[in-house]
Design a protein around this ligand. Sequence first.
Ligand SMILES: NC(=O)c1ccc[n+]([C@@H]2O[C@H](COP(=O)([O-])OP(=O)(O)OC[C@H]3O[C@@H](n4cnc5c(N)ncnc54)[C@H](O)[C@@H]3O)[C@@H](O)[C@H]2O)c1
Ligand SMILES: [Zn+2]
Length: 366
Amino acid sequence: MNSKAIKFKVNLKKRSYPISIGSDLSQNLSALLMNLPSKNAFVVSDRALKNLRSQFIKGLKKAKWNVAEIPVGAGEGLKDFKTTHEIYGKLLKLGAHRDSVLFALGGGSVGDAAGFVASTYLRGITWVGVPTTLLAQVDSSVGGKTAINHSQGKNLIGTFYQPAAVICDVTYLSSLSRREIISGLGEALKYGLIYDPQFFKFIKLNWNRLLAKETKGLEQVVQKSLQWKSKVVSQDEFDNKGRREFLNFGHTFGHALEKITDYKKFQHGEAIIWGMRYALALSQVKGVISTQEYEEIDSFLAGISLPPLPKNISAQKISKLMSKDKKIRGGRLHFVLLKKMGRPISASNVTAKNIRDAFLNLKARS
Ligand SMILES: NC(=O)c1ccc[n+]([C@@H]2O[C@H](COP(=O)([O-])OP(=O)(O)OC[C@H]3O[C@@H](n4cnc5c(N)ncnc54)[C@H](O)[C@@H]3O)[C@@H](O)[C@H]2O)c1
Ligand SMILES: [Zn+2]
């Protein structure tokens, strides 16, 4: 089976690129990989994904590409200097030139690290994202943010470097765990809450179907999410015009939660669901959202199975961490709050008491 791919473009003038979404896309890669500088592929891939990798490489060969493989470990640990140094070394040894094409096949961590390598190897070579987790398909594969970690913090070393194409094959998602699906759906719910109430309702109504990894439903979720993401990226490629700000909904608290648990307890999207519940609680504390709207949204989010909030985190500890967030402008912490579904606002008048009250309210509901 090779269903037709849904295709659309991220509009960035000279740096525009196509996104293809569908099932069994490896069968017909030549239709999805056009206008690239050569047919020399260097596939940086998650070592654990043996079947996926061989399926994709078979597809590339069928489309008459020369293929060299660079398997790497997976997860956050690969986003470091040691692994990137190894990837540069392999590219050099295997003879990757300026017109070679690097493929990043894996979750968001492979995409972030391989994208970073592509942006710096020989001052930048073409790269293609082939995301294999739902989180990477709905979010991280589009937008051109690449990054590795430094011992002093996550994603501190990176570039803006757009891929030349993104291929989202939802059949790749069939081997993901339930937690990884929930994590991806967390980011998708975010687009619904900030931009698109209908999309939020769609996910809510189809929740069990999506957890069962029903292909058509996942395709719809990836398509809608990336349409929103690419629209915003087109308006603010370098994240300096404020248009990407609302995409941070739930992320101030979510990042603090990930940090406090040493990135071990929560998948990114799981922490973001907690973060959105926090942002909603804060919206209520500030009197921004109606009680009815708050209850309607939060009762759904509260029903999602997530690792619980750690017992030992205090309001004080989490506030301190949040105040170190990247989203501080002019000495003030900015929070994205929700007036109602589809109506986010940026608030800079949040007091320490508001921050604590929202946390205590959330804790009482968890
Ligand atoms: N660049 C961006 O805009 C952006 C946005 C959001 C997140 N991120 C980054 O993305 C990373 C998280 O990405 P992630 O959630 O995809 O996690 P991940 O890349 O760490 O992968 C999670 C796990 O899933 C496994 N996996 C991947 N594909 C699979 C498949 N098809 N079947 C079974 N297992 C599979 C991996 O082996 C790994 O163990 C973080 O480093 C985060 O900083 C980047
Ligand atoms: Zn996120």
